[in-house]
Design a protein around this ligand. Structure first.
Ligand code: GDP
Length: 357
């Protein structure tokens, strides 16, 4: 008999890739639609190409209410992937507005439902935890991490969910674990996040739909992987003999400026950055593809806008993802450059379509 999975936020970036992966593996997939994707645009809206009869989506269900129990009682899933937690939010200010739509404290509701329904030995639970919790897992600097004055409100949710999962694992013997996934992107990423903002905006600029890409801290370093690779880790985490938490990342960091440079090159634009701080600008030094033929050398297409500079954030994140490689044999398959190409080409197709309208 095929395995049954329940995915929350199935319409989001990770949920849609995970659903595709599980359907390919022969699972019956039940999904709860999410509403964290309103910032998604263009190609990201059409996440579901698979109209498989093994796929069932409940648009209006909400995992953080009593629905969790009702749904679990009917579906009796082998695996629950709770992607609706704070783990998928960014530190950027827009995200705070979404606190009530992130299934806050949902780990408790789902795990308790699993326990009450007597599904402890059947149902395995995966939880997307915010990457800011990494220091908890590595056992370092807890006091420096917990700076409640700085971190947005959803951070408290993440901490609560993380320890709830540890508690249910140790006290009730449930198979439950947290995946601490660092930045993972794709053409389905919301524009709330810097990578998609960059690829979409630069694609729009080549088609005359925008003039300039306005960003915050260009020096910020991030470890960016492809969401399609990362959902494989989510699945692998539920296939082990014993549940464990894992950090997922590539181990390689790039600056926002480098990401812009790679994306511009894919569009046939060579850029030079001049100036410092809020005065920094990205100026075109050469056009090397007909895609960008409408632009000219000397055009300023990247500028810093202080509104996007965060008052306090981790500008550099040192991640050690070797446990995933060592224990699960997982390694990212998509290079940053290949991911940039995929994102740029998807956004370019949308921009060309929009320019024709
Ligand atoms: P995060 O790592 O979850 O905060 O993911 P983001 O994609 O939102 O941000 C990644 C980095 O890009 C952070 O260091 C931001 O400060 C930086 N950044 C620079 N300009 C922007 C911008 O315009 N929007 C966003 N979202 N981030 C920006």
């Amino acid at each position: 008999m095929s395995k049954v999975a329940l995915i929350t936020h199935i319409t989001g970036q990770d949920g849609s890739y995970l659903a595709e992966l599980l359907l390919k593996k022969g699972y019956t997939v039940h999904g709860i639609g999410g509403n964290v994707v309103p910032h998604n645009t263009g190609n990201a809206g059409s996440n579901f190409h698979d109209k498989s009869s093994d796929l069932h989506i409940y648009t209006y269900a909400d995992i953080s209410t009593g629905t969790a129990r009702d749904l679990l009682a009917i579906i009796r899933p082998d695996e629950v992937y709770n992607l609706g937690g704070a783990g998928q939010l960014s530190e950027n200010s827009d995200s705070a507005d979404d606190l009530f739509s992130t299934g806050e404290f949902s780990a408790l509701k789902v795990l308790e439902a699993i326990r009450i329904l007597g599904l402890e030995t059947k149902t395995r639970y995966y939880h997307a935890s915010p990457s800011a919790l990494c220091s908890l897992v590595n056992g370092i600097a807890i006091n420096e991490m917990v700076s409640l004055n700085i971190y947005p409100s959803w951070y408290a949710t993440g901490i609560s969910d993380f320890w709830t999962i540890v508690n249910y694992r140790e006290t009730f013997g449930l198979y439950a674990c947290s995946g601490i996934l660092f930045n993972h992107e794709s053409p389905r990423r919301s524009e709330n996040f810097v990578t998609r903002k960059i690829t979409r905006s630069l694609a729009n600029i080549t088609q005359g739909l925008e003039k300039c890409l306005h960003l915050g801290n260009l020096n910020a370093l991030r470890d960016w992987g492809h969401a399609r690779d990362y959902v494989k880790m989510q699945w692998l985490m539920l296939q082990q003999d014993n549940p464990e938490d894992f950090v997922v990342a590539t181990g390689v960091q790039y600056t926002v400026r480098q990401f812009v440079t790679f994306a511009a090159l894919e569009l046939g634009i060579k850029l030079r950055f001049v100036g410092k701080g809020v005065e920094e600008k990205g100026i075109i030094t050469a056009i090397i593809s007909p895609v960008a033929a409408a632009l000219k050398v000397g055009d300023v297409i990247v500028a810093v806008d202080p509104r996007y500079i965060r008052p306090a954030e981790a500008c550099k994140v040192n991640v050690n993802p070797t446990k995933a490689r060592r224990k699960l044999g997982w390694a990212p398959e998509t290079s940053l450059q290949d991911m940039v190409i995929e994102m740029v080409q998807a956004d370019l197709a949308c921009a060309k379509k929009a320019a024709r309208l």
